[in-house]
Ligand binder design. Structure first.
Ligand code: CIR
Length: 258
């Protein structure tokens, strides 16, 4: 498998005004729409600055969470796979991204049973990990593993701890051999062979970093985690995530990358 970070393209979606009603587990306050727009715009600008071609799709007011394009598909250099989100309010997003993916990928596969959201899929250098969660079930994960095999990728099924929205809410790669994880996921068997780095105390929310080429994007309020990354020689770039965090999202959620 090629580097899991050597992206050249990303596909995002502009937030619709309804995004302030996006799903959140804790029933907390709505995000501020202007702030959401600003966070998404800075994110897109950063990906472009890192050299990616970024297309931004039209907002979808009927789907408050549709700006989180990561959850409805998987994208690889060899092709893309349409997923089946487990959140009922998000299922309809898939139809709205189909044409955009078909136009950009030589092969477009599609799940037909069960549920998987892309936030539960962690791409490693040599395999893909699919985490079971409240949004991703075993039926869906098993079918997805078969579809991934058709694209030439080996998949393993893992378990996301209760209370963690998506597998990647709790872990992300710092580099091809190193995973940043919340303490609750430190013993995940799929991390065998990787160096496991824990989020500092009180910074569990920092685990959803996003590595793009040689840079790691990190939420700007996670100062201890950023200092740790910098100490490891990583080019860590802070981005504001306060508004998207109100609807349970982090940095990987806002794009599909390949
Ligand atoms: C949701 O609950 O579906 C959205 N409010 C947040 C999605 C976050 N996506 C991700 O972690 N990949």
């Amino acid at each position: 498998m090629t580097s899991p970070f050597a992206f050249t393209h990303a596909l995002c979606r502009a937030p619709a005004p309804s995004a302030v009603h996006g799903i959140r587990a804790d029933g907390g306050p709505d995000p501020d729409f202007t702030g959401l727009l600003a966070e998404q715009a800075a994110y897109v600008a950063t990906l472009r600055d890192l050299g990616l071609t970024v297309d931004v799709l039209e907002p979808l007011d009927d789907f408050p969470d549709a700006l989180f394009t990561e959850d409805v598909a998987l994208t690889f250099p060899k092709g893309a796979i349409l997923l089946r989100p487990g959140a009922p309010s998000r299922a309809g997003e898939v139809a709205h991204i189909r044409n955009a993916l078909a136009a950009r990928h030589p092969t477009l596969l599609e799940m037909t049973v069960g549920h998987v959201e892309g936030g539960d899929v962690l791409r490693l250098a040599d395999r893909v990990v699919i985490g079971l969660s409240d949004r991703t079930d075993r039926v869906g994960a098993t079918e997805l593993a078969m579809l991934l095999e058709r694209l030439g990728y080996r998949a393993e099924i893992a378990v996301t701890p209760a209370g963690v929205l998506h597998f990647k809410t709790g872990c992300s790669l710092i580099d091809a051999g190193t995973v940043l994880t919340v303490p609750a996921m430190r013993d995940c068997p799929q991390f065998a062979g990787l160096e496991v780095v824990l989020t500092p105390l009180g910074e569990e929310g920092a685990a959803n970093i996003l590595r793009v080429r040689d840079t790691v994007l990190i939420g700007e309020r996670w100062l201890a985690t950023r200092a740790m990354l910098i100490a490891r020689g990583i080019d860590a770039r802070p981005l504001a995530t306060d508004q998207i965090a109100r609807i349970d999202a982090g940095l990987s959620c806002m794009s599909l990358r390949w």
